[in-house]
Design a protein around this ligand. Sequence first.
Ligand SMILES: Nc1ncnc2c1ncn2[C@@H]1O[C@H](COP(=O)(O)OP(=O)(O)OP(=O)(O)O)[C@@H](O)[C@H]1O
Length: 666
Amino acid sequence: MPTHKLAPDIPTDVLAAEQAHLAESRAALKAMRAHAQSLSADAAGDWVSQQILQSLLDQRVAALADHPDTPLFFGRLDRAAGDDLPGTIYVGRRHVHDGGSKPLVIDWRAPVSRAFYQASPTDPMGIVRRRRFGYHGGELTAFEDEPLGDGGEIGPSKILTEEIERPRTGPMRDIVATIQPDQDEIVRSTLAQTVCVQGAPGTGKTAVGLHRAAYLLFTHRERLARSGVMIVGPNRAFLSYISSVLPALGEVKVDQTTVAGLLGEHATPEDPLVAAVKGDARMAAVLERALWMHIVKPSEGVVFTKGAYRHRVADYEVREIVASLRGTTRYNPGRAALAQRLAHMVLVRMEQRGESPDDRVQDAVARSKPVKQLVDAVWPKLTPEQVLYRLLSDPEFLARAAKGDLSAEEQETLIWRKPYRSWKSAKWTAADAALLDELRDLMERTPSLGHLVVDEAQDLSEMQLRALGRRCRNGSATVLGDLAQGTTPWSTSSWESVLEHLGQREGEVTELTLGFRVPREVLDFAARLLPSIAPDLAAPRSLRPGAGSLTVRQGLAVAQAAEEALAKEGSIGVIVPDALIGEVSAALGGLPHAVLDPDSAEEHRLLIVPATLAKGLEYDHVIVVEPADIVSAEPRGLARLYVVLTRAVTSLTVLHDKALPAQLVA
Ligand SMILES: Nc1ncnc2c1ncn2[C@@H]1O[C@H](COP(=O)(O)OP(=O)(O)OP(=O)(O)O)[C@@H](O)[C@H]1O
């Protein structure tokens, strides 16, 4: 077993030497920042290049900021001699070098840093000793050594345990100092590889996804700067919770959004049965047919008059062009190509008459009135909204488009009960947003990003997955989720199916099994629901025993439970059925609190969290109010309850007036 050298019994001379290295590294970082600040964008040739260069320099300066509370390095590796790498390496959030070429801190994402996460007594990876540092308020106060060379066992790391037990306040933190070997495998998988991670609540899926984004940006900086990386999360409260992790890792240029943010903020409520049909991947074929059904068989040709001549393209020739374009192009480029092909035929006629028209003439003919009129009649200009409007309001049109794909019953489900007056006044739903996006892509190709991280992916419909898949079709994805936490009408029951609809069939499904958030006692309690919501999943395991962390009380004494929690350290989430927000807020009376709101910058230790927004979040102390109402509020209410019961880091108090759901009673 290693000796854990933690204050107060650590050798002060060794600690002082490490503190001196920290001071030297801090000074060097300051010098690097000053140097970056001194660089001028004036050298750029023109105004535009100057602006671009200035923005790059500003980003560099921002990335070199030293945050006093964030340790600059958290680990040290002492390597066995034998190659030209330095014998001692400090692993930290970014590279820091002295004025020359001496590395003072090496970025955790660099290949040499991998051993910090992966080396073990059985595979020391050339490392003789791994040292972890403990910090207190930005000061280096302790360290812990793990000898790796002697093949012995490594005991539990106190620094790791302390990090995991640290009370939560405010937004999510990075886990860069304590990434575990199985998490590191996922973080460092190659850019070309799509990875899908199934993991019980609190196993670090979100953390791993964010760190993978940071790793890929570091490793493929130029490529991804061009193509982009995006994080897609379940709702804005979640985005706000994770928003500071990537900036803390020096990555400020990653878009973080929700599916609604990406596809359109359409939120008209909808019957889950209708949403389920709209979310089904069979809708893709229906939409494709619906769009192309707008093309009308040409019954006339074109006559283009120039001077005394009338140049004619016959109706059968138009039909041939349309037939040759159909199916070989997207809708909008097809329209443009039809105009150009008609113009080309006119040009051929002109040449046959001895004229010698050039490309400009062809463009002019393509834009001319007779050609435009014919194109509009045969291959009409459309918006996605027009097509979907027609599909959802015209049963006969839907029947033709849906032939063989949707049953008569499903078609009836889709048709609006109360049709809108026009496509402009139609009110769209979240499920419609994915359909509109599919149509948009059938009309014009959606650009692809380099990498997409999709969190809580079990909740996405097949059509939403297709929409996300378009955005990484030339790249790869990290897909994160838990089959037991699916709460939407279209929640998936298989990751293979998710990967298929995402268009990433080659993706590898892997599992994280060790929980870092929820104490064992609480997790075991919540896991009673698993046989009912995800019978194929193994019961989750927790790293943290957490004896005494669970309390179940009859009666809704919320204020009392909140006061008890306020007497302890850390954040408090009172998770309530959405319908009870007002009532619980009134019951909390004079205790300062707020209702969770992603748009508010206000910070409160005591937050009321609507059950439907709790996904992905965590609080030190969680008070769950009236589980029976959480279950009865929605079709997948039991899964919602599982999500809600697994948000606690330190304690969970369940308050109930009504009988607890039978599945929870042992
Ligand atoms: N290696 C680690 N070291 C320290 N803390 C960790 C580690 N891995 C995860 N955690 C912490 O555990 C908590 C849960 O992590 P995270 O939110 O990523 O889990 P999740 O699997 O996405 O959970 P959920 O399914 O409930 O959304 C977070 O506070 C995270 O910082």
